[in-house]
Design a binder for this molecule. Structure first.
Ligand code: ZN
Length: 175
């Protein structure tokens, strides 16, 4: 399959994916629900949590290993996130990318956030970064499959491998 330089960041797809993620039996914010239920971290695929930051697998991944990194506080705009939290978010983005590389062996990454519904945010009231692993040629594949691939068996596999690699790298889940 030929490589492509096509612009592949597709926020409209993210919106669809996040709406799905937000529609599993609770009207409220799924990030706040996950934050408030640490006992469910395994089933919610919350990989790391600290007082200020959650790192979790997107349950409806755009590609294998698609992560979300969010402040625990329900804040809708990056401008309202306190500076120490922004720093911790950046450190977690770095750590997550480091672990993920040894889990999925991606050729590249998209790391970004959608602010506001017109920008593709499906959960506009709780800011979060996306980390999306990319492989050469994956745009062609996604065009064929219509953009959304729901692969729960690989979610569990990625979850398990992420936790193991994180432990090996000295970056275990924080209580
Ligand atoms: Zn929230």
């Amino acid at each position: 399959m030929a490589e492509t330089n096509e612009n592949v960041w597709a926020p409209w797809r993210m919106e669809y994916i996040e709406q799905l993620g937000d529609r599993d039996g609770d009207e409220g914010c799924f990030l706040c629900r996950y934050r408030d239920n640490p006992a469910d971290d395994q089933q919610n695929h919350v990989l790391w949590r600290s007082e200020h930051v959650l790192v979790l697998l997107n349950r409806f991944p755009y590609t294998n290993g698609h992560l979300l990194v969010a402040p625990t506080a329900h804040l809708g705009d990056i401008e309202t996130v306190p500076e120490p939290v922004l720093i911790e978010l950046a450190l977690r983005l770095r750590d997550a990318k480091r672990v993920l590389q040894q889990v999925v062996f991606a050729h590249g990454y998209n790391i970004g956030m959608n602010l506001g519904r017109c920008a593709g945010a499906g959960l506009p009231d709780h800011v979060h970064w996306h980390i999306v692993p990319r492989w050469r040629g994956d745009t062609n594949f996604m065009a064929v499959t219509g953009g959304v691939r729901i692969i729960p068996q690989s979610l569990d596999a990625v979850d398990e491998r992420f936790r193991r690699v994180a432990e090996q790298l000295g970056l275990p889940a924080t209580p």
